[in-house]
Design a protein around this ligand. Structure first.
Ligand code: GCU
Length: 438
């Protein structure tokens, strides 16, 4: 891949609101029928997971040095090659502009808006980051970072938030058409972003709209960052190059690039969180980029935390049919022969080791395969133990709302596919524990 900067088509497409955290099968247009999802545990096929602590050539991985120098890079490459695709390094011409800093939320917070650009002349996609820092907490502050689904204005009703430029959204994942300014959806996902609670616990929060990085649809690439890196005459990335999830994950790393420059932020204590498709994104970003000190997978499901070989709920067959552009092209070739894939998702989670990892499921989110998310966290544990931590301190799936918390933590809560106060409560407690704030 030559990292030539191409011209970005900037004409806005239909103004459609982004999808909000669907947990349901999306309509699929396909020549081959996709089998209906299995929700019966007794019908999960027998499978053998690829060995976490053995090299491809069979050599055992017996110590931390072998993990770090050999096996970890090998697993990263396998996920690049077969699942998410390879992304470029940090762009040479990236720039940050702090657009505003102001008191907000009745004087309890400082709100900053920062724009990240990737080209020298400032054209092409940009990321508009919004950051809240607790006013009274001493600097630098630890922070949660994650992408949002609906635009920065949806995370809180704060009228000072500049609405994201969501005019680039387009089907096939439409919800409602929007007309005019987007102010009417201010705060519409504030339940998933308990800003005041996060600030009161002494953490900051940084987020950006994922569509800034690349709109979430089959044509999204035309307006997103992947376009910047195509060679002349190249219409799409090569079979082992980045899909949309890898692009969003790349964007998270660019956000981290900024956070590291901000003296008010403790960049060594940044917890990365993501829900659903953005949970898949968070895990891949956190797996690759070790600057994220903690990684949280909220209901990330297929292509995220849950084991692909179980074929429970959403399958690789289904996801690569409905949402092929999320992954690299090579992934699709495994859709109907998943046992041949050289990786499974426990290996992805293991890449976070020895950093704290939190995997969370919801009882009503069978589509994401809660048990498969648990087993994957368990399957990542040997890498954690090899690196001298406890991994996941459980062997059996815990009861609903009985979290197990070690360096790997897991809970399943009541309710549906969502990010709730219950989830945040556990994440804040876990961050306190791991960042030694208690
Ligand atoms: C769909 C998709 C899931 C995804 C979810 C979401 O349900 O099939 O893989 O996690 O959307 O991101 O909301």
């Amino acid at each position: 891949m030559h990292y030539r900067i191409a011209t970005v088509i900037s004409s806005a497409l239909m103004a459609i609101a982004p999808t909000i955290a669907l947990a349901q099968p999306l309509p699929v247009a396909t020549a081959q029928p996709v089998p209906p999802p299995n929700y019966d545990e007794s019908r999960v096929p027998k499978y053998v997971l690829p060995e976490l602590l053995a090299m491809k050539n069979g050599q055992r991985v017996v110590d931390a040095v072998a993990w770090r120098d050999k096996r970890r890079p090998e697993i990263v490459r396998l996920f690049e090659q077969y699942v998410y695709g390879k992304a470029p390094d940090m762009p040479a011409d990236m720039s940050f502009k702090v657009k505003s800093t102001a008191d907000a939320l009745e004087g309890t917070a400082v709100r900053k808006e920062v724009t990240i650009r990737f080209t020298k002349d400032g054209t092409g996609p940009k990321i508009d980051l919004i950051i809240y820092l607790p006013k009274a907490t001493k600097r630098p502050v630890p922070l949660f970072v994650g992408l949002n689904f609906g635009g920065n204005q949806t995370i809180h009703a704060d009228p000072g938030i500049t609405p994201s430029d969501i005019a680039t959204m387009k089907p096939p994942v439409p919800s409602k058409a929007l007309a005019g300014p987007f102010a009417q959806d201010r705060g519409s996902s504030s339940q998933q972003w308990p800003v005041e609670k996060i600030l009161a616990r002494g953490y900051g929060l940084a987020t950006a709209w994922y569509g800034d990085i690349e709109p979430d649809n089959r044509d999204g690439m035309r307006l997103g960052v992947r376009q910047l890196y195509l060679n002349r005459g190249q219409a799409k990335p090569a079979d082992d190059e980045w899909g949309a999830i890898a692009a969003w994950a790349w964007g998270l790393s660019r956000m981290m690039d900024y956070l590291q420059t901000d003296r008010e932020i403790d960049a060594k204590h940044v917890a990365l969180i993501g829900h659903s498709r953005l949970g898949k994104t968070a895990v891949w970003a956190g797996a690759r980029d070790e600057r994220f000190a903690m990684v949280i997978s909220n209901n990330s499901g297929c292509g995220g935390a849950s084991l692909a070989r179980r074929r429970y709920g959403e399958t690789v067959t289904r996801i690569t049919t409905a949402l092929p552009y999320w992954f690299c092209e090579n992934y699709r070739t495994y859709a109907n022969r998943i046992d041949a894939l050289p990786v499974d998702q426990h290996m992805l989670l293991a890449l976070v080791a020895p950093r704290p990892l939190y995997v969370a499921s919801a009882e009503g989110d069978r589509w994401s395969d809660p048990h498969g998310e648990f087993l994957s966290a368990l399957g990542a544990s040997p890498a954690y133990r090899l690196l001298g931590t406890d991994g996941l301190p459980a062997t059996e799936m815990p009861e609903v709302e009985h979290p197990v918390q070690g360096t790997i933590s897991y809970h399943i809560r009541h309710g549906k596919h969502d990010v709730t106060d219950y989830d945040w409560q556990q994440y804040l407690d876990a961050a306190d524990r791991h960042f030694k704030r208690k």
